[in-house]
Write a protein that binds this ligand. Structure first.
Ligand code: BTN
Length: 256
């Protein structure tokens, strides 16, 4: 895997990568990270793969993960009450968007946590949590899939528009440098998760959903309206002809 070795990643001295596994190929970093989490691995465990044979996206979708991308899962033990688990994905989106901006990629967040450039997806984030005793989160597996040193056609995605860092910048990015920028941004945003309003302000600054006309599908129901703001826990507020509707989750489509 170009530029990424366990030793080099440990050399970043990131608190998010204190235990590191690097695999040439894996079914899914998400599944491996979960195994490690259940076996008690500490906060700050990172699993990276050069290629995933069974990469997973949200809602059980397949996530194409050929060589050249940055496919990784982090085991976090944030000590949050389970009710606050939803904060993780938006916090991560702010961190990763900040990292992409830092390397020169103009990424924007589509609610709740997709990262797009010019409307095309460049990175997906999948947070899955395990609840422990006392209603606290035992662990969170934060999966991040960055379309890095690939051409969009390598991803084999036909139903959605996708882009890659190579396509946006016109050159390949050093994956170790990318990882280090992602870690420093994530570390900073996770440090603010208890003060979620500041994270949401970051989200508001980096998003491309607010102000748009959108369609959100959840539990077989479809709601259309204008995305006006977020609640203090990050739910999307939609202005609809029938009044304001609060969406905690769902598949969102920006309407033109
Ligand atoms: C999405 O649907 O947008 C989320 C995609 C998450 C993909 C990443 S790649 C690394 C990790 N391993 C997986 O199998 N999925 C996540």
């Amino acid at each position: 895997m170009s530029g990424l070795s366990r030793k080099a990643i440990l050399g970043l001295h990131s608190p998010l990568a204190r235990v590191v596994e690097v695999h040439e190929a894996l079914a899914s970093t998400q599944e491996r990270a979960r195994e490690l989490a259940r076996a008690g691995t500490p906060h700050g465990t990172l699993v990276v793969a050069g290629e995933q044979k069974g990469g997973r996206g949200r809602l059980g979708r397949h996530w194409g993960s050929p060589q050249g991308g940055l496919w990784m899962s982090l085991v976090l033990r944030p000590g949050l009450v389970a009710g606050l688990a939803a904060r993780i994905t938006q916090t991560a989106a702010v961190g990763v968007a900040g990292a992409l901006l830092e390397i020169g990629v103009e990424a924007r967040i589509k609610w709740p946590n997709d990262l797009l450039v010019g409307g095309k997806k460049i990175c997906g984030i999948l947070a899955e949590s395990g609840v422990g005793i006392g209603g606290r989160l035992d662990y969170v597996i934060l999966g991040i899939g960055m379309n890095a040193n690939l051409d969009p056609s390598d991803l084999g995605v036909i139903d959605r528009e996708v882009t890659t860092i190579r396509h946006e910048l016109g050159w390949d990015v050093d994956l170790l440098l990318l990882l280090s920028v992602v870690f420093s941004n994530l570390d900073a945003t996770f440090g603010r998760i208890e003060d979620f309003e500041t994270v949401l302000d970051g989200w508001r600054n980096l998003n491309c959903t607010l102000g748009e006309k959108v369609r959100v599908r959840r539990f077989g129901e479809t709601v259309e309206g204008r995305a006006v703001d977020l609640t203090k826990e990050g739910a999307l507020l939609l202005a609809t002809p029938g009044g304001t509707v609060e969406m905690f989750e769902g598949e969102i489509e920006h309407l033109r």
